[in-house]
Write a protein that binds this ligand. Structure first.
Ligand code: KG4
Ligand code: ZN
Length: 309
């Protein structure tokens, strides 16, 4: 069975064809980063209009690459996301489903991220712990089987990707902030500033990142007032990244232990963070699974495979 996957929840138009017999047949992505950069963040109306412009040509492209005229089923991101952007994917998926007479499957965006490692050659077996870290979510989930999910912890305020993005703005970096902040951090000393590890030493598996963000804001102001902000930006970025990663890894280890899980999946945009990947691999005694880098951030392949499963 060939499944066409459509992702339009935010600022990437992602389309793919996944075959249940042959795996991923085609995958295409159009990023809107250039369109939103001058505004310092995603402008929903611009996002929706660009999805309208790009979606159909990308679908024609992946069907041609996969060597098929039409899929056997269509999967699309139904939410969560920007409502106008989601409506573009939903409208086209349902329209094509009607025209082609094939089933149309709505997919939860975070379940797409969760199942993205199933596209790899050695996918994780159930059960596993999923650390889902994106621009809108920070979740620890006990995955006992397909569709059998227990939410163990989530963020009480900002998502970790959002904290990266907002901290990046404080440091004068553009949008999208996460990758830019991680790059700046490579030149910095991560022990230069003692920043809080929110909730890390409290019981429970929830996260909170707004306090960390505020601590960075105060630190930026202090170094600006005292002078030396420009020279210390990399140190601030590295200290922030270290605090955020310590918190994510600490809570993940705690969750795995509590639930007796021996496998961890790290997925979602922040899963592309090199320090996070390194620390989970070093500190967790069990097996760690990731999607390939390109499928950590939003893409059509994860929606196609989730729909197929
Ligand atoms: O999953 P995703 O592409 O979209 C959402 O579902 O939100 O995640 C985007 C988030 C952004 O906040 C972005 O700054 C962050 O992932 N991100 C990173 C890195 N690459 C992307 N954060 C830290 N380090 C990275 N290398
Ligand atoms: Zn996402």
């Amino acid at each position: 069975m060939n499944v066409l996957g459509i992702e339009t929840s935010c600022d990437e138009t992602g389309v793919a064809v996944y075959s249940t017999e042959r795996g991923l047949l085609a995958d295409a992505l159009h990023s809107q980063v250039d369109l939103h950069a001058m505004y310092g963040g995603v402008v929903p109306e611009i996002a929706s209009r660009d999805h309208i412009r790009c979606l159909l040509p990308l679908i024609e492209q992946v069907l041609a690459e996969a060597g098929i005229d039409r899929p056997d089923a269509i999967a699309y991101t139904a939410g969560p996301g920007l409502i106008g952007a989601l409506m573009v994917g939903s409208g086209l998926a349902n329209g094509l489903g009607l025209a082609w007479g094939c089933p149309v499957v709505p997919v939860h965006h975070m379940e797409g991220h969760l199942l993205a490692p199933m596209l790899e050659d050695e996918p994780p077996e159930y059960p596993f712990l999923a650390l889902l870290v994106s621009g809108g979510h920070t979740m620890l989930i006990a995955v006992r089987g397909l569709g059998d999910y227990d939410l163990l912890g989530t963020t009480l305020d900002d998502a970790v990707g959002e904290a990266f993005d907002k901290t990046a703005i404080l440091l004068g970096l553009g949008y999208p902030g996460g990758p830019a902040l991680a790059a700046l951090a490579e030149d910095g000393d991560d022990a230069a500033f003692a920043l809080p590890r929110p909730m890390l030493h409290r019981p429970g598996l929830d996260f909170s990142f707004s306090g960390l963000k505020t601590a960075v804001m105060l630190l930026v102001k202090k170094t600006q007032d005292e002078g030396g902000f420009a020279e210390r930006r990399a140190d601030i970025a590295a200290s922030f990244q270290r605090a955020a990663v310590d918190t994510l890894v600490g809570k993940s280890l705690q969750a795995a232990k509590q639930e007796g899980l021996e496998r961890i999946v790290v997925a979602g945009g922040v899963g592309a963070n090199k320090l996070l990947r390194k620390e989970v691999a070093e500190r967790f005694e069990g097996q760690v699974y990731y999607p390939r880098m390109a499928f950590c951030t939003d893409n059509g392949a994860m929606i196609a495979v989730a729909g197929a499963l």
